[in-house]
Design a protein around this ligand. Structure first.
Ligand code: APR
Length: 230
């Protein structure tokens, strides 16, 4: 029976692929107000601005490549049963070869019906235009969880956490709930590795191994060690 590793990732793991994080110095929330581009109210008030914001981000995601951290995590499948629970809406984990992935905040490469959130459409180019409708006739929107919207996959994620024999947290400030609360569902005897140049505050009884380093440098080293010791 393979040991189970759950990897929680945030925007920091994609930073070295050229995708801005949210709360670093050059972060996305420096340039935009969340209220203007990432809430249902913003979508009602000015859908064009919201589309533009996500069209720009989708363009960068489609141009980005998985970095050494994404690629290393995919290698863990050789000897472990892995599950990636990510707050990221990019598809870099998929393109790196990871198979079991939960996107808590949606996936930017899909557009979605505004009437029925189960109707998803994989996008070929980076733009959703106003006037593009779903099969029910509603305006297509980004398949992204906005602030104030439900996080439908959080229950599934919460049920997975206690099954972990090891947890790796990479590149999240743990600023946003409910995602940040997932660590509380880890069994207390399970070690938690934290990879981040600015280690976030994780006050849990678990053994926390802090690796204050960028993901593309630290994750491959950690993965090689875990594979060697397995
Ligand atoms: N390697 C590893 N970690 C990094 C790197 C890097 N090269 N660069 C930055 N980081 C770390 C930062 O130190 C920070 O702890 O990544 C984290 C990024 O934090 P945030 O910008 O807050 O991103 P995240 O935690 O994913 O935000 C959560 O907030 O705005 C919402 O929906 C959005 O999913 C997002 C959620």
């Amino acid at each position: 029976m393979k040991k189970r590793i759950i990897i929680l990732t945030g925007a920091g793991i994609s930073a070295e692929s050229g995708l801005n994080t949210f709360r670093d110095a050059d972060g996305l929330w420096e340039g935009y107000n969340i209220e203007d581009v990432a809430t249902p109210e913003a979508w009602k008030r000015n859908p064009e601005l919201v589309q533009d914001f996500y069209n720009e981000r989708r363009k960068s995601v489609m141009a980005a490549k998985p970095n050494l951290a994404h690629l290393a995590l995919a290698k863990l499948d050789e000897k472990f049963e892995t599950l990636i629970i990510t707050q990221n809406i990019d598809d870099l984990h998929e393109r790196a070869g990871s198979k079991a992935i939960i996107h808590l905040h949606g996936e930017i490469i899909y557009s979605r019906s505004s009437k029925n959130s189960a109707l998803l459409y994989k996008m070929k180019n980076h733009e959703i235009k106003m006037g593009e409708f779903c099969e029910l006739g509603s305006q297509l929107r980004p398949h992204v969880v906005w602030f104030g919207e439900d996080v439908p996959l959080i229950t599934k994620a919460m049920h997975e956490m206690p099954k972990a024999d090891m947890v790796i947290l990479v590149g999240s400030s743990l600023a946003v709930y409910p995602a940040a609360g997932l660590l509380e569902y880890v069994r207390p005897e399970v070690p938690i590795y934290v990879v981040d140049p600015k280690i976030p505050n994780v006050n849990l009884p678990n053994k926390i191994i802090k690796i204050q380093e960028k993901a593309s440098k630290a994750v491959p080293i950690l993965v090689d060690k875990l594979l060697k010791d397995a």
